[in-house]
Design a protein around this ligand. Structure first.
Ligand code: ADP
Ligand code: ZN
Length: 210
């Protein structure tokens, strides 16, 4: 699943992972978990993540490679947030076959508004938005009762940086998959009530995959 920060990859990945009964691998969440757990990796990557910079390629590649080897990934998976650089895309080719690259497209205005109002559950990673997807009780996750928080990379400066990093580093990955004939553009400019319109576009492209 490709697309700029705020395109909604995480939300769609969650819905699709339920529908197809294969796991969603949210690479950003894996990094945030490592930081929270203060693992060796977590300590190394903290500064990158909080500024909205990419984690060095080797670390991202190692993490994803290991995760995709686990049992639950053997019948398929939705990879959310990887590859984000050409180096990652080339590395992945050596350890896992990708069937389809869904490219979620949304305007800059939509992206900024989604990102600045976003709240995330500390416990289960569920995503909310103060206006568009408010939880039933303010600050509390509907799903698990966990506390919602604003990520450190959701301050205006870090958001701008993430969009810039996306344009510079990740845009080329889209062309990489396009050239391979694997890319499907998905219009993600819909409001959350219309999330089905996004999902049905995805399903069309996922139909003929084994
Ligand atoms: P978003 O897509 O909204 O930017 P993510 O949760 O996917 O949010 O990613 C958050 C952060 O995790 C990124 O800004 C970056 O620091 C790190 N990260 C996630 N995926 C990768 C990756 N493939 N390579 C390097 N860093 C990554
Ligand atoms: Zn939760």
């Amino acid at each position: 699943m490709l697309g700029p920060p705020g395109a909604g990859k995480g939300t769609y990945a969650e819905i699709l992972s339920d529908k197809y009964n294969v796991p969603r691998i949210p690479v950003g969440d894996l990094f945030r978990q490592a930081i929270k757990d203060e693992t060796k990796l977590g300590k190394k990557i903290k500064k990158y993540v909080s500024h909205g910079d990419l984690v060095p390629d080797e670390m991202a590649i190692d993490l994803v490679k290991e995760r995709l080897q686990e049992d639950d990934c053997q019948n398929g998976f939705f990879l959310d947030g990887f590859p984000r650089t050409i180096i990652q895309a080339e590395a992945m080719e050596k350890f896992k076959k990708i069937d389809k690259a869904l490219n979620f497209v949304a305007s800059d205005r939509v992206l900024m508004s989604r990102l600045s109002g976003r709240r995330t559950c500390r416990e289960c990673g569920a995503i909310y938005h103060v206006e568009n997807i408010p939880p039933k009780v303010e600050g509390i996750c509907d799903r698990c009762g966990g506390r919602l928080y604003k990520r450190s990379d959701e301050k205006p400066q870090a958001i701008k940086n993430r969009l810039r990093v996306y344009r510079e580093k990740t845009k080329p990955v889209i062309d990489y998959f396009r050239k391979k004939g694997l890319l499907a553009d998905i219009d993600a400019n819909y409001r959350i009530e219309e999330v089905d319109k996004v999902i049905s576009q995805c399903e069309k492209h996922l139909q003929n995959l084994s």
